[in-house]
Every structure is written in C-alpha cells, then in structure tokens.
Design a protein around this ligand. Sequence first.
Ligand code: SF4
Length: 342
Amino acid sequence: MVEALLYERLEKNAVRCNLCSHRCTIKEGRRGRCSVRENQGGTLISLVYGRLVAAASDPVEKKPIWHLAPGSLSFSVASVGCNFSCSFCQNADISQLAPDENDPTGITATPESVVDQALAAGARSIAFTYTEPTVAFEFVLDTARLAREKGLFTILVTNGYLTFEAIDLLAPYLTCANVDLKAFTHDFYKRYCRASLEPVKDAILYLKQKGVFLEITTLLIPDLNDSMDEIDQIARFIASGTGPDTPWHLSRFYPTYRMTDRPPTPMETILMARDIGIKAGLRYVYTGNLPENTGENTFCYGCGRAVIQRSGYRLVTVDIKDNRCIFCGTYIDGIDIDGQTS
Ligand code: SF4
C-alpha cells in the first residue's frame, strides 16, 4: 500500500481523488468508486500498488495495438479494479473485485520485477491492460518510467477516464494508448458504464496533444450503439479530433456478464461500420472478433494493397519497409511498423 498521487485533503479528514473524472470525495475509512483507493486517516492510499492479478506475454495485436511493433510480444499486467461498471465487461471477474486488506488479491510485484520479466520474455513493450490501469496509477507510472529507461515501449489499454492531471504525469512515459470509445451518447455511458462521455472525448484529444500514439476501440452492441448515425459521429470525431492516422478497431459483441439479453453483433453491421469509418477519412479501420475477414489486414491508403496481412493475432505477410508501403512508397503510420512475421 502506498500513498496515492493526485488527491487533495478536505475538511473533516475527507479527501478528493483527482485521478479520474469521477473525482470522488471520500470520507475517512471509505473507498472511491473503483474500490482500490481508500481514505485512511485523511491520507488516500492505493490498495493495489504492486499487486498483480495477471502477468503474461501476449502478441501486441491482442491489446489490440496494431501500429506499434507489429508481431512483437507485449508483457501485459493488471491489478484488480475499475472505475467503470460496464454491464458487458469481458473481465468482470477481476475488474469488479475489491481488494481485501487481510487477503490481498494477486501476486506481489515491483516495477523492477515487471520490467525484468518483460525483458526476459523478449517483449518489446509492457502493456497495462485487462482491467482499468488508471486505478493502479502509481504502479503504472513507476513501471512505465522504468520500462522507457530500459528501452521498452509502454501501452495503456484504457477506458479514457483519466483527468488531464493524470495524463500530464503519465504521458512522458507512455508510447501508445488504446482507448475504448464505447459509444457517442451520454445516456449510454451513464446507463451501461455509470460514467460520462465527455471526459472520455477530452482525454482522447489530450493524449493526442501530449504526443501519445493512439488507437481507438469501439465494441458495437446490437441496438445500443450500432446505429449508422452514431457510428458516423464516432468516425468523424476520431478523424477530425485525433486525425486520419488513428487506427479504429470495431469489435463484435458477444453476450457476457450482465448483458446476455441480445445476440452477437451481426457481421454486416461491423462491415458497414468499417465502410463508414473509411468514408470519414480514417486510413486504418479494423474489424475485431470476425475470423477470416480481410478487415484485420492493414491496407495502404495510397495504393490500396494489403501491406500487413493478419490471421488472428499472427502476421502472415508484412510489406512495409522503413514505415513505407513497398508497392507505392506511401508512409504507413505507426511506430516500428515494419513488423515481424513468425
Ligand atoms: S480513481 Fe477511483 S477513487 Fe479516484 S476518482 Fe476515480 S473512481 Fe474515484
């Protein structure tokens, strides 16, 4: 347990946490909405510093991050906790857990041990993922700082609810972020995530401004966020806000957790959404959870040829040299995008 960053003391030993846009006011002895930050005698404590519930070497494609060192491994870590309560969460068994002080969840780790494991595994990056890494901010920050010193890339897979203050601290040590833009209405965020849309949009724009390479993911859920009008609004926001070079991942929903009342997203919806993204000017729009679909390839926006062909998380061909399409020379956006087939 370590003292939290980014909080202020209030009257009567209460505190306000300024790490995420909930900005919880927390009375003495209580926790914030994420359940992993506790007010102990007027001091805000992180209950998850150095407590990992997951640590594994994954293909970086699994994050999904497709424009940073394609084909490489990303050492991926998580602690329990989340500041959202999404009814369609795919990792609710760990994201919605609250730590018990007498029986802390997870194994002990240090920034040094995480970086050492990543290097030993031959990973090119460390990803903070699976649950919401924002709520383990202090550990993420210390680990990211060390990882960058040791020449590793760093990846945040996030719901984008960080405050600007948090982004200011973390961005210098962050290579890339995949931000979930779950919908484009306040109602969706309020009803299904117990959060708000605007802070997410603001954080996306601010991360871009701070020089973090961005990829965006949207899970399309039947009848909730899959109208063509809403998809068009998301696509235009990304294209005009963060630029046409921002990859956009469109994922297929499968019934899970508390949302079992609707079928998987029809394949046609995902394909139509991809067309809308491309029409909005985005250069790289990908389909997710749709096996055997060319929507998982990277196409050159200059000549239209496939410059990375994927099969699931595996690269089949890479036709990029020095970040340029080998067929026509167009610049392909990303970091070390030349990739490695295996
Ligand atoms: S990080 Fe947790 S305690 Fe802090 S504002 Fe967000 S939900 Fe509240």
